[in-house]
Design a protein around this ligand. Structure first.
Ligand code: GLN
Length: 502
């Protein structure tokens, strides 16, 4: 006893991944097992029940009965959930155990986890840098080896971007493939629960348990019968579409040149979408390695991609302004000590409870939904969304597996984020640049497609991730390609990492 516990404490002091820890679960754990009977038993059972006996972490916007559900917000600090999310329940039923709730940007709004009102989470590769966000706590916990996998949510990149920043695997499933019952909603039409894991095999095992239709979530569905099976591991050569690096940044800059509304904002956006030298190198390495593995790489264009960020933020803010209206200080969370009347009570609760990023998005959402403005912003964003989906479907095939689709490629390779994990110093990314940089991730959410981020290489001491986007319900194809990559180029770990599970 003690080895895992000490390891956990030592790392957690440095990275601050957790908002709440189940001390008892850690106390009773000795996951390495050594020659102990318990360890042997776990290993034996795990051959069939793949997550049996494993601890996992859950982002603190996913409900676990009796546990914190703060969403990284002062408004919900110390609130305990009265029930458990379906995705968590399914894993617990297979013998996995929640060991803690992880830090996040408040209500999932951000790209660094620094928007959490409760604490800072540091990157295990360099504690002076952010872990990414919004599922930064989950990513950091997996990267440091505190858990073999963790749950996160992805509305515009919140699983894939922190996974890339911390050098772990991050899967955002097809919209509807997993239940959202028990997730605190940020933007319901964009978000899915997903997995952060230490290997592709683990990610596949966890996803295969999580997915499926749930009576408590009417948007959840079973994968079509003809969709590729998760157990399929062919390592077969595939056709991978590649978006030429910089082509998106150039496209955005071209729009600015057309005398668009706000030239200055567009030129900052184009700059933010430009890949950092190390990320460009990592992306080129990924291309080379995939080609060496026998895959065929073809250049593709996604014409609507350049409009992704404005469309994403219009839709996400609109849905957030509606979803967050339930937080009024009456039914949930912190209530002010004194108020003149109910309206005053709600004002005071929100004023004190919500952070500035959350307030900004609620205001933006209310603005784009204002009567008379809907056409100009919200409906336009929905049209762009449909265009992005069509662009991807032309390349990958649609969700309808019954009619054999003609597709150009099996997956599309994209960068995850234009930078590696950034620091908090003067050269940090501004909040505007962080939003502009969501470009590479948010389009999978707009189109509802699965996307898998995995470490491609380490550049100047920090991991660089790339992502594969696939046809709806074709997670298996993405996992298969990435598993081949992992076999040839084992995923890296930060200094001091130890594995407590096999
Ligand atoms: N960076 C995105 C945002 O701030 C990610 C959100 C998410 O996926 N939850 O909206």
């Amino acid at each position: 006893m003690g080895e895992y516990k000490e390891y956990f404490k030592r790392w957690e002091e440095k990275i601050g991944a957790f908002i709440e820890i189940d001390e008892k679960a850690i106390e009773n754990s000795d996951f390495k097992g050594g020659g102990k009977a318990a360890g042997e038993k776990f290993r034996e059972k795990r051959k069939k029940e793949t997550v049996f006996g494993l601890p996992f972490a859950v982002k603190d916007n996913i409900a676990v009965k009796g546990r914190s559900i703060s969403c990284g917000s002062k408004l919900l600090e110390n609130v305990k959930s009265p029930y458990t999310a379906t995705v968590v329940k399914k894993l617990e039923d297979q013998g996995a155990r929640v060991i803690g709730k992880t830090n996040l940007d408040e209500f999932g709004m951000g790209s660094s986890t620094d928007n959490s009102a409760l604490k800072k989470t540091n990157n295990p590769w360099d504690v002076g840098r952010v872990a990414g966000g919004s599922s930064g706590g989950s990513a950091a916990a997996v990267a440091a080896g505190l858990v073999p996998f963790a749950l996160g949510t992805d509305t515009g990149g919140s699983i894939r971007q922190p996974a890339a920043f911390c050098g772990v695997v991050g899967l955002k499933p097809t919209y509807g493939a997993v239940s959202r019952f028990g997730l605190v909603a940020y933007a319901s039409s964009l978000e899915t629960a997903g997995v952060l894991a230490d290997s592709i095999e683990r990610c596949r095992a966890v996803f295969s348990i999580m997915r499926g239709k749930d009576g408590n979530d009417q948007t959840s569905v079973e994968a079509p019968a003809k969709a590729p099976g998760l157990e399929e591991r062919s390592g077969a050569p595939r056709i991978i579409g590649v978006l030429p690096a910089e082509s998106v940044a150039k496209a955005i800059a071209a729009v600015a040149g057309d005398g668009a509304d706000s030239e200055q904002a567009l030129s900052i956006a184009a700059q933010a979408a430009t890949l950092e030298e190390e990320v460009r190198r990592g992306f080129e390495t990924a291309k080379r390695n995939l080609a060496d593995l026998g895959h065929t790489l073809v250049d593709v264009e996604i014409p609507s991609l350049k409009y992704g960020v404005p469309a994403y933020y219009a839709i996400a803010a609109a849905e957030a302004s509606a979803n967050l209206a339930r937080f009024d200080g009456i039914r949930y969370g912190k209530r002010p000590d004194w108020a003149e009347n109910p309206d005053d009570l709600i004002d005071k609760a929100r004023e004190a409870g919500f952070g500035s990023e959350v307030k900004l998005r609620i205001l933006l959402g209310a603005f784009v939904l204002r009567s008379g403005f809907q056409d100009r912003y919200y409906l336009r964003a929905q049209r762009i969304r449909a265009g992005i989906r069509r662009n991807f479907e032309t390349l990958l095939g649609g969700a309808d597996y019954a009619n054999g689709a003609s597709a150009t490629c099996d997956a599309i390779l994209l960068p995850v984020f234009p930078t590696r994990a950034f620091d908090r110093g003067p050269s940090t990314l501004s909040p505007f640049a962080q939003k502009a940089a969501d470009l590479y991730t948010c389009c999978a959410n707009l189109a509802g497609l699965p996307a898998l981020s995995f470490p491609a290489s380490v550049e100047n001491g920090l991991p660089v991730g790339v992502q594969l986007l696939g046809r709806a319900f074709a997670e298996a194809v993405l996992l298969d390609i990435a598993e081949g990559y992992e076999k040839a180029h084992p995923f890296p770990h930060p200094a001091g990492y130890e594995s407590f599970w096999d």
